[in-house]
Design a protein around this ligand. Structure first.
Ligand SMILES: C[S@@+](CC[C@H](N)C(=O)[O-])C[C@H]1O[C@@H](n2cnc3c(N)ncnc32)[C@H](O)[C@@H]1O
Length: 158
């Protein structure tokens, strides 16, 4: 996250699912001083805690709300989907147009590493992952970050 944030330069970074702010802290620590970061969290208590945590970091804004409301702050140069928008579970994934600048990068972690094609999850074809890996407007890849965990990175081609 830190490396990806550094690559943004003076751009805009978004995150869904602030949680306790761990990922956001990594993003903020890697980002250039001119970069701006906006993270959204639907849990009111967690959002308030994170707002307090980042109160003195002027580059960071933490918003309380559903992930879909983050779009109004974009388009982003880097978008970390950690709490909504991934398409995991029953909700549809977000569409990169309208969320990402051209060349902007979306990052999604916590996948089980792919060992076959198409990727499967829980015995079924992993449609959420395929949305990102086969999207016609994305150049995407999956990388292993631990033996048992993988991250999808995708650049928006417009
Ligand atoms: C995996 S945790 C995030 C961890 C955090 N990014 C970190 O690095 O510590 C997922 C978070 O997403 C939040 N979340 C889940 N669904 C959400 C939604 N629809 N909109 C906004 N936040 C959501 C959860 O409340 C939870 O705090």
């Amino acid at each position: 996250m830190k490396v990806l944030a550094a690559g943004v330069g003076s751009g805009l970074i978004g995150e869904t699912g602030t949680g306790c702010g761990v990922g956001l802290a990594w993003l903020a620590s890697g980002a250039c001083p001119e970069a701006r970061l906006v993270s959204i969290e639907r849990d009111a208590e967690l959002a308030a805690l994170a707002q307090e945590l980042f109160a003195e970091v002027s580059a960071v804004t933490v918003v309380h709300g559903d992930w879909s409301q983050l779009q109004r702050y974009g388009p982003f140069h880097l978008l970390a989907l950690d709490g909504g928008g991934q398409g995991k579970g029953s909700e549809p994934p977000l569409e990169p147009a309208g969320w990402l600048n051209q060349g902007g990068v979306v990052v999604l972690d916590d996948f089980t590493p792919m060992t076959d094609w198409p990727p499967t999850y829980d015995g079924h074809v992993d449609q959420a992952r395929l949305h990102w890996l086969r999207h016609p407007n994305l150049l995407a890849t999956e990388i292993r970050t631990e033996p048992g965990a993988a991250t999808v990175l995708a650049s928006f081609t417009g």
